[in-house]
Design a protein around this ligand. Structure first.
Ligand code: ABU
Length: 477
């Protein structure tokens, strides 16, 4: 028996503990060529090594990797994992299960069904259907496939040639996955009509109405409205009730991209921000964002039961035989666009089972209370300026204005300098390992920072103040 590798597994826990310990820096940033040089022997797979040398290589690889468990990792819309989720991931990986049929994933199939049932109720669409997908972008593909199939079931066999020219509506601040999906599914990127947002980043519903009328006037077929609950940058939540009325009036599929903001549904007080989500035909939510489920953990939900299977099934006989010895309705894999599919539901089940609805509500409330503290602190702090002072999701967007610029006239030149200073400041923060933070321009706004908060086991207000102090100190270097 080849047992090579088994004893290496015993070392892994210690490696991970050491390489993510408190004293380990957030990042030791090296530019790509420099990094390639430092790790050249380690990365070269033509050099085979024994377990000790492999451990050394792994440690070196982790040394130069970003420690997403730090409170100062604020670069993206995810952070450290819920430890129960991590336990779920370890078990899931160790079992190496693929979720297509009941026979190879009996309990995990039931777990996915239970999770979907619970989450459908939470989002106000009990009795619907759903699937765990590899991320929000794939969920967007699912949503468009379902909407198109619902209107034109013949698309599955005949394709798009004989169908009317369809149009898709989304806000200008929405996630770019809709552009990719429109391309992949043959709608074409020009079929995506971008609707203007207000200063808080919410879709202007009156503009949506006008755009639909315009497209109808041009003889186009409006098929899909993508409302966003938690835009990537500002964290804006569209007026879901108003958008639902428009969709109803014109009989258009309403999708809610709640990949980011869906976590708010866990909180008894925060969920009203997504009022109207219960009218959606489909919803996507990524628990791997705000609540710290391990990447990837993403869910696609639909109001209509059975549609997901009808729209996606290919009935492969070698896998989904109908004459099996058990109830084949539990072979849920043909609802999916993938064949092999990881048991992502298990990670979330672990978290939910351990924390319960009440525990997850507390997680969400804490994330928002830290964000509110951060917003207040930024509003009061000299040299910081908010892009928007409405906090819908835990995103805080702001500029840092160095002392030498504070008394100058804020003309185009001034803003052009802020546009350059923001990325430079990010560079300094990263190179000094003090903070990883996102920055972006948005519409007419010049480059600004986005701080986003997610589940963190130790994140408290003092960490927020440390983060702001780091920005100040690097900003005055
Ligand atoms: N949907 C991924 C978002 C990435 C980010 O803005 O951090």
């Amino acid at each position: 028996m080849d047992t090579k590798g088994h004893s290496f597994l015993d070392r892994v826990f210690n490696i991970l503990k050491d390489e993510t310990a408190d004293e380990v820096p957030l990042i030791q940033f090296k530019h790509p060529k420099e990094l390639e040089e430092i790790l050249s022997n380690d990365l070269d797979i033509s050099i085979n090594v024994d377990d000790k040398e492999l451990e050394n290589s792994v440690r070196k690889i982790l040394q130069y990797s970003v420690k997403t468990n730090k409170v100062t990792f604020r670069n993206q819309l995810y952070g450290p994992m819920d430890p129960y989720g991590l336990a779920g991931t370890w078990i899931a990986e160790a079992f190496n299960t693929s979720q297509y049929t009941f026979e190879v994933a009996p309990v995990f199939t039931l777990i996915e069904l239970k999770m979907i049932e619970h989450i459908l109720k939470l989002f106000g669409i009990p009795g619907g259907d759903g699937i765990f997908s590899p991320g929000g972008s794939v969920s967007m593909l699912y949503a468009l496939v379902a909407a198109r199939f619902k209107k034109f079931p013949e698309v599955k066999s005949k394709g798009m040639q004989k169908l009317p020219e369809m149009t898709i509506f989304t806000s200008e601040d929405s996630h770019y996955s809709i552009i990719k999906a429109a391309h992949w599914l043959g709608f074409g990127t020009e079929s995506v009509i971008s609707i203007k947002t207000n200063s808080s980043g919410q879709m202007i519903v009156n503009e949506l109405n006008k755009a639909i009328e315009r497209q109808l006037g041009l003889g186009k077929y409006p098929v899909f409205v993508n409302a966003t609950a938690g835009t990537t940058v500002l964290g804006a939540i569209d007026d879901l009730e108003a958008i639902a009325s428009v969709c109803k009036k014109y009989d258009i599929w309403m999708h809610v991209d709640a990949c980011w903001g869906g976590g708010l549904m866990l909180s008894a007080t925060l969920r009203k921000r997504l009022q109207g989500i219960q009218f959606a035909d489909s919803i996507s939510w990524n628990p791997h964002k705000m609540i710290g489920a391990p990447l990837q953990c993403s869910i696609f939900l639909l109001k209509e039961k059975g549609l997901l299977h009808e729209a996606n099934a290919a009935a492969a006989q070698y896998l989904f035989q109908q004459d099996k010895f058990y109830d084949v309705r539990y072979d849920t894999g043909d609802k999916s666009v993938q064949c092999g599919r990881k048991i992502d539901s298990f990670k979330l089940w672990m978290m939910w089972k351990a924390r319960g609805d009440i525990g997850l509500c507390k997680v969400m409330d804490h994330v928002m209370s830290i964000s509110e503290f951060c917003l207040r602190s930024i509003a009061e702090r000299e040299g910081f300026r908010l892009v928007s002072d409405t906090l819908q999701c835990p995103n805080i967007c702001f500029w840092y204005i160095p002392v030498f610029m504070r008394k100058r006239e804020e003309n185009d030149e001034w803003w052009a300098l802020i546009h350059k200073i923001t990325p430079k400041l990010k560079e300094l923060l990263t190179l000094s390992s003090r903070l990883m933070i996102a920055y972006t321009p948005l519409r007419h706004h010049k480059n600004f920072f986005r701080l986003a908060f997610t589940f963190h086991p130790v994140l408290e207000e003092n960490h927020v103040l440390e983060i702001l102090k780091s920005i100040e100190e690097c900003g005055e270097m």
